[in-house]
Design a protein around this ligand. Sequence first.
Ligand code: NAD
Length: 262
Amino acid sequence: MSDLTSSTPTIQPRVALITGAAQGIGRAIALRLAEDGLDIAIADLALQRTKLDGVAEEVRAKGRRCIVLECDVSQEEEVQRMVQATEEEFDGLDVMVANAGRLLVKTMIDSTLTDLDNVFGTNVRGVFLCLRAAAQVMIKRGRGGKIISASSVSGKKGTALNGIYCASKAAVRSFTQALASEVGSHGITVNAYAPGPIDTPLLQDSADALEQLFGVPDGKAMIRDHVGTPEDIASMVSFLAGKESGFITGQTITIDGGGWMD
Ligand code: NAD
């Protein structure tokens, strides 16, 4: 009689890499994809190491494998190393979530080129580098994949005090459409999430800046009235990363409780 146990092929868990995963939306995505059964690589700036280690413990407590990577996504070599380390540790990369982003609350007429370079460094260069590296690995491996990025409702409409940030998030939407058109034949979908206000450290910093710099009264109360949770975004990413979203690509999906309707 044949030994069924030894002949049963081991099903290898899918693998996700999430940037900006030390806190906020990135952390929630890492935990949700771990619950979905994926092995997880989390990355963030070196200064976020303690928080990253905490997230890794939470992922492992869900029974998944997790590695921690220090990476500034605006740096080409660091992104290459991050993707390579994930691929080597887990023998592949199935889901890339280019979540890392930074905000600037400032009028356009007061903004400097340094402001532009800083925000675009993470939000545009960083997303470009992550998407390119992930797509290259997925094509080489030949098992398809899911590439997902953080845009914003701010990427769909320019607003006061946010001009540079809005432009950077519009670029994410364009990258999403362009790459989706290029890699669909390899079984890779490319999408983005466009959150409205979500309760994270980034939003609190934004409320503080609105109050302190521009005297917007009680920015926090304004936010409290219409705010989502990181888990609201993570559940959309779970769907986009899963097998049932295969016919959705090139989309930048608004998640904001109906504040903006496409
Ligand atoms: P957050 O500031 O709480 O977390 C962002 C993480 O990205 C931080 O841990 C930070 O260290 C990391 N990061 C910043 N620059 C980096 C870099 N160069 N390399 C690597 N990591 C870097 O922000 P969040 O609210 O969780 O936002 C996550 C994403 O969602 C961002 O791209 C943000 O623009 C987008 N977004 C957020 C909101 C919101 O209301 N919170 C709304 C729309 C879009």
